[in-house]
Write a protein that binds this ligand. Structure first.
Ligand SMILES: *[C@@H]1O[C@H](CO)[C@@H](O)[C@H](O)[C@H]1NC(C)=O
Ligand SMILES: *[C@@H]1O[C@H](CO)[C@@H](O)[C@H](O)[C@H]1NC(C)=O
Ligand SMILES: *[C@@H]1O[C@H](CO)[C@@H](O)[C@H](O)[C@H]1NC(C)=O
Length: 510
């Protein structure tokens, strides 16, 4: 889909580059590509304030967002929160402040905030709706002292409205662009979160995943995504698809940034009681940052199933990944090559769809009923809304067949039960069995290709930048593990990242 002519696009890109070289001169300290550790050091050495940091990102959003469309709303209170953080830093002991104190974070637009920001999943249908409270993860972020910078754009309704809409598109947000190649797919559905941190429009961000929605856009935008074990992070106050598969996780430029965010958002939440209580048992004493070890690959057993998880269209990319396997080995990992036909990592998309469609209707209707005020109160209302202006044109273009299929379901009946059983069996006889049989710490996969296998079982995964293709589009490497194995995955991902350092800032090709 071409929106700009080649000429106007190149003028826009040129002006982006120009504004880039200018805006960094304002501060002694370079904010672009700075990690949380860098920012905290700059805070502590009084080279930087949260207010300056928010100013910087607001300026970048003004410059870049008209093209990239990664941000859907800016928080009118972001500067106020930053000033408060600056004041607190003056009077409190620095080591008593959390890693996220004064750090601006962007939230995917399906994560509720009880403030001036809207929570709409990119849809006009929810514009002006009033949520009963902050999402569970937002409560924890505020407690940690993070600055809520705004909401990130996303594939509308987390890709659950229509199969025809392009990734990163929503009626409210427009079409999100991949900052590495503006003509390329940014992937979704947490597209805006990945685009925005990749392009330095925010320090860190949160995304959500039901099947691939953190891992895929993170890979396509050269950032790090953590898809936590189901229930490790509260889903309360997040516009749902299905609590059986939904999870909330960080999308950041580095593994350590993502881990600091993870540390802030994990844990029990009364409003997502059962799942968060159960998963709380996985949280290690002292949190996750202790697993940021440069030698974290030493002794790890990593499974490689070449077909389908290590196949490449381009030779240089294949070579880059072969080189990565060497690096993993050099850092002390044991690579376990597993015969394709012994892996049986089948995944049944029809069973997943059967279960998700019925679950979506149930949980979306519950979410909409609990809103304090809302233009729509049920999936049926949303469907009707999409048939009227301002959404009618969008509906004509992209349809809403997923909504219609979900609306046609009638609770969890025999076919849904059968489908869930089927998915459970696939996880048990597939991924779980493989991990145990070969005593693996993680399965390694190129891109996000293992996302569905992880999704249906509620398993965690981390994706790290690994390569760029001939069109300049980033490609990630993904490490997936059994439930609760985030500590191991973090050791592996951090050690890989430190040994390779593939991430580079956006190139704005087109
Ligand atoms: C939220 O949406 C309303 C329209 O209903 C708009 O007036 C307001 O500016 C939006 N909030 C933000 C922070 O953009
Ligand atoms: C996939 O799931 C569907 C729906 O549950 C089921 O009818 C079908 O037999 C399954 N296919 C395989 C190959 O297991
Ligand atoms: C950017 O991506 C488009 C679409 O895939 C491709 O046609 C184009 O060649 C790429 N640009 C560069 C500079 O590689």
């Amino acid at each position: 889909m071409k929106i700009y002519s080649a000429l106007s696009l190149s003028i826009l890109v040129a002006s982006i580059m120009l504004s880039h070289s200018n805006s960094n001169k304002c501060y002694a300290f370079s904010i672009r590509e700075a990690s949380i550790d860098d920012l905290r050091t700059a805070f502590n050495q009084k080279q930087l304030t949260s207010t300056q940091l928010v100013d910087f990102y607001l300026e970048e959003i003004r410059n870049l967002n008209p093209i990239l469309k990664g941000v859907i709303e800016v928080n009118p209170d972001a500067l106020l929160q930053a000033r408060k953080a600056d004041e607190e830093r003056k009077v409190k002991k620095l080591d008593s402040l959390s890693a996220l104190h004064g750090i601006p974070i962007l939230l995917k637009d399906n994560i509720a905030t009880n403030d001036k920001l809207n929570t709409t999943a990119g849809s006009f249908a929810l514009l002006g709706s009033v949520v009963p409270r902050d999402a569970g993860v937002v409560k924890k972020l505020r407690k940690a002292g993070a600055v809520i910078l705004g909401k990130a754009s996303m594939s509308e309704w987390a890709n659950f409205r229509s199969y025809n809409a392009p990734n990163g598109w929503s009626a409210r947000g427009g079409l999100g662009k991949n900052p590495y190649n503006l003509s390329a797919d940014p992937c979704g559905s947490s597209s805006g979160s990945a685009i925005s941190v990749a392009a330095n429009m925010a320090a860190v961000s949160l995304g959500t995943e039901t099947d691939g929605s953190i891992l895929c856009p993170s890979g396509f935008n050269a950032v790090v995504g953590i898809k936590p074990t189901i229930g490790l992070t509260s889903r309360a106050g997040v516009i749902p698809i299905s609590p059986r598969q939904d999870t909330i996780g960080p999308i950041c430029r580095t593994v350590s940034d993502a881990v600091y965010v993870l540390d802030a958002i994990v844990g029990f939440d009364y409003n997502d009681e059962e799942a968060t209580r159960k998963a709380s048992n996985y949280i290690p004493h002292g949190g996750y940052a202790q697993f940021l070890k440069a030698d974290g690959l030493n002794g790890k057993r990593l499974g490689i199933v070449r077909n389908p998880f290590f196949k490449f269209e381009e030779n240089p990319v294949a070579k880059a990944f072969e080189h990565h396997l060497l690096t993993l080995r050099k850092k002390g990992a044991v690579l376990v090559e597993i015969d394709d036909d012994k892996a049986s990592l089948d995944y049944n998309s029809s069973a997943e769809e059967t279960a998700l469609l019925a679950e979506f209707k149930i949980y979306l209707n519950t979410y909409l009923k609990e809103l304090i005020a809302s233009p729509v109160r049920s999936l049926a209302d949303v469907i009707a809304f999409n048939e009227k202006s301002p959404d009618l044109e969008m509906t004509k273009q992209y349809g809403q067949e997923v909504f219609l299929a979900a609306e046609a379901t009638n609770g969890i009946g025999n076919s849904e039960k059968e489908a869930r059983k089927n998915l459970g069996k696939l996880s048990r006889n597939g991924f779980k069995k493989l991990m145990r049989q070969y005593k693996l710490d993680a399965l390694v996969a190129a891109r996000y290709d293992v996302a569905s296998v992880l999704a249906i079982g509620g398993f965690p995964g981390i994706i790290v930048p690994a390569a760029y293709d001939s069109k300049g589009v980033p490609i990630g490497i993904c490490f997936g593990g059994l439930k609760g194995t985030e500590p191991k995955l973090i050791e592996i991902a951090y050690s890989f990242e430190q040994a390779t350092k593939i991430r580079k800032p956006p190139t704005f090709l087109h």
